[in-house]
Design a protein around this ligand. Structure first.
Ligand SMILES: C[S@@+](CC[C@H](N)C(=O)[O-])C[C@H]1O[C@@H](n2cnc3c(N)ncnc32)[C@H](O)[C@@H]1O
Length: 233
């Protein structure tokens, strides 16, 4: 499906525009949490625009489910943005970006990082390219490929992934794309410890070290998130 006509509402990029979209959506879009301004700082307007676009067109384009609007900010946008402080200037791949979570949110939050969004589905890569253009993000490259088939050069400094697969599958997909000394950063749910236990042999085989689980968002948001972080040896 072409992603045409998903324009911004003419430069009104503040809370008023969000209200217009919320009204058009029957008031179902979650109001922006206070944490958003803290987290995104001077990049907040870009993130607001992305959230509005996703709210308005995401369901129609098959990017988000109908139940996501009341939790779009907290469950998805802020959850993704919590990774931003962990990125280092350089080339960061986001595997299975889908609607742009976390890839587009991170590109908006960190203009000093080049985000390479690796996603196999054409409908989604069309959206990612069009949305990056609309948001004026010049630090985004979109690669239509499965991670295991992606031809990425030079190697990435870091990779991110969210809701793509369990660690035992995700590690073999992603580690080969990362340079020695680079990092993998995976947003994970409450069962990350179980996933880690199941992936013990995979972790050893793929030579990743300094494995840790971080809890992000403490004191900032109600729904904290867990991140699996490791260094490629
Ligand atoms: C459940 S969606 C999650 C999308 C997004 N990361 C999010 O958190 O909303 C999983 C995404 O991973 C993509 N995907 C699945 N297998 C993949 C692979 N081997 N390499 C890259 N992307 C993959 C799918 O096309 C889909 O867009």
């Amino acid at each position: 499906m072409a992603v045409t006509g998903v324009g911004s509402p003419g430069g009104s990029s503040d809370a008023a525009a969000a209200t217009v979209v919320a009204d058009a959506l029957g008031g179902s879009l979650e109001p922006e949490p206070a944490a958003a301004q803290t987290l995104f700082g001077e990049q907040i307007e870009v993130v607001r625009q992305y959230t509005r676009d996703l709210a308005q067109y995401g369901e129609q384009l098959g990017l988000i489910g109908p139940l996501e609007l009341p939790r779009l900010w907290s469950r998805h946008v802020i959850n993704s943005g919590l990774l931003a402080p962990l990125l280092k200037p350089g080339r960061v791949g986001d595997i299975g970006s889908g609607a742009g979570l976390p890839g587009l949110v991170l590109a908006a939050a960190r203009p000093d990082v080049t985000m390479i969004l690796i996603e196999p589905m054409e409908r989604r890569t069309d959206w990612l390219r069009a949305e990056a253009d609309r948001l004026g993000l010049t630090n985004v490259e979109v690669v239509r490929a499965r991670a295991e088939e992606a031809d990425i050069s030079p190697w990435l400094d870091q990779v991110t992934a969210r809701a793509v697969s369990a660690l035992s599958k995700l590690i073999p997909l992603t580690v080969p794309l990362v340079r020695t000394g680079g990092e993998v950063l995976f947003l994970k749910g409450a069962k990350v410890q179980d996933e880690m236990a199941a992936a013990r042999k995979v972790i050893a085989k793929h030579h990743i070290i300094d494995v840790e689980i971080l809890e992000l968002g403490i004191g900032l948001v109600d729904e904290t998130t867990r991140v699996f972080r490791a260094t490629v040896d």
